[in-house]
Ligand binder design. Structure first.
Ligand code: NI
Length: 182
């Protein structure tokens, strides 16, 4: 099972690199990585298991955070207490996004960022993504609210961008009033 120490910290320069398109069929090692990430993210959101396995709660992880420079990520979304939906998006693209912008009031989090951060990251409130699933089928997925934020945050990872890069250094709460807090 994946451990927190398998996840690269922001100090690692690889996280600033752009990941490469995946070709199909998916390799056995990528399939295993995806299943390991699903398991880890799910456990991390179940309090007893996150404590047992010493996991920081997280809902998303991109391959690059494990040092794998490929364009895929996983989001495990707790849509109802104790119920989870898994999203595996390979070669993802945003095909449409809402004009409405939102931000996480308490600040975004990232399993690669192990320090306190201050500031907000404006994100689209709703996005539609196009991607491929593990079998190479084209899929279309819609996300709203925290799921939309997770998709945008993870897509950023594939382009070498961390959420802290999107916080205005001189004015971390810049234009806060233009966006809706969630
Ligand atoms: Ni992250």
């Amino acid at each position: 099972m994946l451990k927190m120490s398998d996840i690269l910290d922001e100090k690692n320069k690889i996280l600033r690199e752009k990941s490469e398109e995946v070709t199909f069929p998916l390799s056995e090692s990528d399939k295993k990585t995806i299943n390991d990430i699903i398991e880890m993210l799910t456990n991390s959101q179940i309090p007893e298991l996150s404590e047992k396995y010493d996991l920081r709660p997280g809902m998303g992880l991109a391959a690059i955070q494990l040092g794998i420079k490929k364009r895929y990520f996983v989001v495990v979304h707790e849509y109802e207490e104790g119920k989870f939906d898994n999203y595996v998006l390979i070669n993802p693209k945003i095909v449409s996004s809402s004009e409405e912008m939102i931000y996480v009031g308490e600040g975004e989090g990232c399993l690669s960022i192990n320090r306190e951060t201050v500031g907000i990251v404006p994100r689209s409130a709703r996005v539609t993504m196009e991607a491929y699933d593990m079998d190479g089928n084209k899929i279309r997925v819609r996300g709203r609210e925290e799921l939309a934020i997770a998709f945008q945050h993870e897509l950023d990872h594939l382009n070498g961008i961390l959420f802290v890069d999107r916080i205005d250094k001189n004015d971390p709460f810049k234009n806060k009033n233009l966006y809706r807090e969630i």
